[in-house]
Design a protein around this ligand. Structure first.
Ligand SMILES: NC(=O)c1ccc[n+]([C@@H]2O[C@H](COP(=O)([O-])OP(=O)(O)OC[C@H]3O[C@@H](n4cnc5c(N)ncnc54)[C@H](OP(=O)(O)O)[C@@H]3O)[C@@H](O)[C@H]2O)c1
Length: 320
């Protein structure tokens, strides 16, 4: 999908020609991933975007980062890259600590020295998941798995090494790459039964909305800094999320027949190695205040993305 988006007055996203042209020199890490690829597509053309591949900026060797960054000209770093699979982090804890924590620290030091603005992408998994209410930026972070610990350590290190940095916590990303809705649609189109955990809650969030929010935030004077939750409005369980995907996809003709998503319990799920926090619904009140507009719901953002992408979904199903 390569449509351009801009923030609508209701905090949502209009598919219109984007207007801002502040001409930043942006270095984005992780541009083969879901969020990084979307940010790169949104900003290319209006900003100078550097998107080093892993061979040019390998986060598993943090001591090489100063030399590697020294060759790159940028005034804003958006650090998306991470070892993002909680189970992989559990299996390879030392590598996870290096990639997620030590490399972020090295990047933050370089940004401070340059100086360059830094946006560190973080996660709802910094929370323990015990509190069944929207969590705001001042709620205590208490991770329960190694992935969460490495990302929390990175948050603290970045804020300490690079005063003025923005730590942007996101959750349940969709809109690029292989995300949860893509998996649900692939399985549903293949006629497989769809089952979703019904007692684990968070906020599905559009990578395209994140691209717009970040651009609005870094342009503010002074730019947003500290910890900020970047998510759409509302809450979902894996089950209600999957059901919404199937219902909208059926309306759009992506799925030929309605699909009823079955529920399962987190405690009964055997497939996870890492512990998962149960309630990590992020509050986006601070984001709405900074944007000066309400933030649209995840359902609205999802419906728009499915509508814009329906042709490519149908094409892929044709080639199944
Ligand atoms: N996905 C979610 O729902 C979610 C939820 C909460 C928070 N987040 C956070 O959001 C950010 C982006 O997540 P995502 O889902 O877009 O990630 P992703 O799709 O898993 O992509 C990860 C990216 O990091 C790169 N990477 C991994 N190890 C690397 C290394 N050693 N050196 C250099 N690059 C490396 C990958 O490059 P290769 O292609 O070379 O492997 C890839 O570009 C992450 O910080 C994640 O913690 C994501």
């Amino acid at each position: 999908m390569d449509a351009r988006f801009s923030i609508a007055s209701n905090g949502g996203v209009d598919i219109t020609s984007a207007s801002m042209a502040s001409g930043r020199k942006i270095l984005i890490t992780g541009t083969t991933g879901r969020l990084g690829s979307a940010l790169r597509r949104h900003y290319q053309g209006r900003h100078q975007v550097l998107a080093p591949a892993r061979a040019e900026l390998n986060l598993s060797r943090p001591d090489e980062i100063p030399a590697q960054l020294g060759r790159l000209d940028f005034d804003l770093l958006i650090h998306c890259a991470a070892m993002g699979s909680p189970d992989q982090c559990e299996r390879e804890p030392a590598l996870a600590a290096t990639v997620n924590h030590a490399a972020s620290t090295a990047l933050a030091r370089e940004c401070a020295a340059r100086p360059a603005q830094m946006i560190q992408i973080s996660t709802d998994y910094v929370f323990s998941g015990e509190a069944d209410r929207p969590l705001d930026e001042d709620d205590e972070a208490m991770p329960i798995c190694h992935y969460g610990h490495t990302k929390r350590a990175a948050e603290l290190a970045v804020l300490s090494a690079c005063p003025g940095a923005l730590v942007a916590r996101v959750s349940w990303l969709f809109g690029a790459g292989n995300s949860f809705p893509d998996q649900v649609l692939r399985d549903a189109a293949a006629g497989k039964p769809i089952c979703g955990i019904e007692d684990k809650w968070s906020v599905p969030t559009s990578v395209h909305d994140i691209a717009l929010w970040l651009e609005a935030l870094w342009d503010q004077q002074p730019p947003a800094q500290g910890v900020l939750h970047l998510c759409n409005s509302g809450r979902a369980s894996w089950r209600t999320y999957a059901q919404e995907v199937c219902d909208r996809a059926h309306e759009l003709g992506i799925l030929p027949a309605p699909v009823s998503v079955q529920g399962s319990r987190l405690a009964d799920f055997q497939g996870f190695l890492a512990r998962r926090p149960q309630h990590t619904v992020l509050s986006n009140q601070r984001l709405a205040q900074l944007l000066g507009a309400p933030v649209r719901s995840w359902q609205e953002a999802l419906a728009e993305w499915l509508a814009v992408s329906s042709a490519s979904f149908l094409q892929r199903q044709g080639s199944l």
